[in-house]
Design a protein around this ligand. Structure first.
Ligand SMILES: Nc1ncnc2c1ncn2[C@@H]1O[C@H](COP(=O)(O)OP(=O)(O)OP(=O)(O)O)[C@@H](O)[C@H]1O
Ligand code: NI
Length: 308
């Protein structure tokens, strides 16, 4: 049984445009599906604005109050409603945020990390988790502004680890880190997965996450166009199922370095049929009729009527 199962998730925001007279709906996530098993690392890949962070916030239950959510999120086989989200947040489900701005600027970091401990001896647990992630005991007494980027990231990972969470959601955990620090950060997530934790790893950078990911979910304009075993990202991309995943793969410098023409549609101007059709070289008139359903194909899933 998956630890987390997201089905048909949609998120929209209502905004008032044109001097507050006109109401517009921004459809930011549509019919999104995703599941993750204990011990598994699922990488969520997609360009800026594709809905990656909003998915994380929807699972955590921290979307802004003007967001309307439909669909189903289940954790451990039980629906994850607002009450359960509040009860599990920071305990069974932990977020490793992108930025140190999520730390309390006025509290020493040791104390912040200890406040997430679930065991009986928070001080001992905090020391052991700091040791595990190479943070000296002096760091305990520092304030967030005194930390380097790499130290701050280790503090954030320490907080998630000490909580003993079953699901860790890491939102772009490696921005601005040098390549060695990126590898170090990713190996820490791999260790947590090896200990049985499910890890949802959000990233722009498909290459760096591939070595540790089990599955890759490719996001486009607020939906999952493909979920593939990580091993399918290889060679000329021929094992991939969706034209967008293939195009992403081919766009990498070490592959064809071919950019994808056009741009991702904005949430207030989504095309009627397949969201990728306007940019797809394989699109036919059928593609513009309706949103393609999710299909299971060769051990993955795809939303494309032509995929085979
Ligand atoms: N509070 C909000 N109100 C209206 N629109 C929003 C709100 N928050 C996010 N959006 C829009 O939702 C879409 C998805 O945003 P999201 O932050 O999930 O993207 P992302 O994939 O995480 O991008 P990035 O890689 O840049 O972090 C974007 O078009 C964004 O502008
Ligand atoms: Ni984001």
């Amino acid at each position: 049984m998956p630890l987390l199962k997201v089905s048909d998730l949609s998120v929209s925001f209502t905004q008032y445009a044109g001097g507050g007279m006109k109401k517009q709906t921004l459809q930011v996530i549509q019919d999104l599906h995703l599941s993750i098993e204990p011990g598994e690392i699922v990488a969520v890949i997609g360009s800026s604005g594709s809905g990656k962070s909003l998915l994380a916030h929807a699972i955590m239950g921290i979307l802004p109050s003007n967001a309307a959510v439909t669909g189903k999120i289940e954790f451990d086989g039980v629906p994850l409603d607002a009450e359960r989200q509040a009860a599990l947040r920071g305990k069974e489900i932990a977020l490793v945020p992108q930025s140190v701005n999520y730390l309390d600027p006025l509290m020493r970091v040791g104390r912040q990390v200890r406040s997430s401990a679930k065991g009986g001896d928070p001080a001992a647990e905090q020391r052991s988790v700091f040791e595990r992630f190479g943070l000296s005991s002096a760091v305990e007494r520092m304030f967030p502004f005194q930390l380097s980027g790499g130290m701050a990231r280790r503090v954030l990972v320490s907080t998630a680890t000490i909580s003993g969470a079953k699901l860790i959601i890491a939102d772009e955990p490696t921005p601005g880190l040098n390549p060695e620090a990126v590898q170090e950060a990713l190996s820490q997530f791999k260790e947590l997965a090896d200990e049985g934790c499910a890890v949802l790893l959000i990233s722009h950078d498909i290459e760096s996450v591939l070595p540790i990911a089990d599955k890759v979910a490719v996001f486009y304009a607020g939906t999952t166009v493909e979920v593939a075993p990580a091993a399918d990202f290889g060679g000329d991309g021929g094992r991939l199922r969706h034209p967008y995943s293939k195009a992403l793969w081919k766009a990498l410098p070490q592959n064809d370095f071919m950019p994808i023409p056009g741009s991702q549609p904005s949430p207030n101007a989504l095309p009627a049929g397949c969201l990728f059709a306007p940019r797809c070289s394989a699109a036919t008139p059928d593609c513009t009729v309706a949103r393609p359903e999710v299909r299971v194909l060769r051990g993955g899933t795809v939303r494309c009527i032509h995929a085979s």
